[in-house]
Design a protein around this ligand. Structure first.
Ligand code: MG
Ligand code: MG
Length: 259
């Protein structure tokens, strides 16, 4: 069942996502060779606590960390660890918080120092595909229009979209209906209405879209060992078009209340 949100609720989901955006912006600045992903996890938890929010992923289904840190061929749900980032790596940072009854969820992929031209293109296309999808999140369109826009952007660049993991509705729960696949047929699926809040999150592989889970039970990696990138925004469908709630320039930030 898709739960439509009132404008007041959309605002609250925006507050939660502003904290997520603040954390991701801070993390981006910390990415350099030599940094461990455990340090990044610590930072994310610290900022979240300071804002009076809770990390959304810690304990979710038993996930042991606040931050998902997925390096190179890791697609999603990577464990932070004491391994140091190296020049040329790419790292996907997926973060979520729970604040005043609502969830926020967003992800970015960041280059560690200088990276290869192909890794850079993978990141660029993945982020671009997210915005192509967001552009279709309009009243009267259907869910498949978002999926198709993401998939065609990715595949026309020669990359593939992961099938096994998809975006989702978000609100009082981290994962609500509808599932938002990054592949599909335009004109199909549920009709989009004002008040729908969804997380669109293309996971894009350089090679095959096939993935597998590592023995830790969580870390998803590409089956062929190729690189993978991930970008995600929580967005609201409104009468005035799509609004990105997890954008770093969202106003109404709790930061203004107290430092
Ligand atoms: Mg996420
Ligand atoms: Mg998500």
């Amino acid at each position: 069942m898709i739960i439509l949100k009132s404008p007041e609720e959309v605002k609250k989901i925006g507050e939660s996502n502003a904290i997520v955006a603040e954390v991701l912006t801070g993390l981006r600045e910390k990415i350099r060779p030599g940094v461990t992903t455990l340090k990044l996890n610590e930072y994310a938890e610290g900022v979240t606590q300071k804002r009076g929010a809770k990390p959304a992923f810690k304990g979710y289904g038993g996930f042991p960390f606040a931050l998902c840190a997925s390096v190179n061929s890791e697609v999603v749900h990577g464990f932070p660890s004491d391994r140091s980032l190296e020049e040329g790596d790419i790292i996907s940072l997926d973060y979520g918080v729970y604040y005043k009854g609502y969830y926020g969820d967003s992800a970015i992929t960041v280059a560690v120092g200088r990276i290869s031209a192909s890794a850079s293109r993978l990141m660029k296309v993945t982020e671009e595909s997210l915005y192509k999808g967001i552009e279709k999140a309009r009243e009267g369109n259907r869910l498949g229009d978002i999926s198709f826009a993401v998939q065609s952007c990715v595949e026309s660049a020669g990359f593939s979209v992961v099938r096994d993991y998809v975006g989702h509705g978000i609100g009082k729960d981290l994962h609500e209906d509808p599932p938002v696949p990054n592949f599909g047929v335009g004109g199909r699926g549920v009709k989009l209405k004002a008040g729908m809040v969804i997380a669109i999150e293309p996971m894009v592989n350089e090679g095959s879209y096939m993935v597998k889970t590592k023995p830790d039970g969580w870390t998803v990696v590409t089956d062929d060992g190729s690189l993978s990138a991930h970008f995600e925004h929580t967005i609201a469908v409104t009468e005035d078009g799509p609004v990105i709630l997890s954008s770093p320039d969202m106003s109404g930030h709790p930061r203004a209340l107290e430092e």
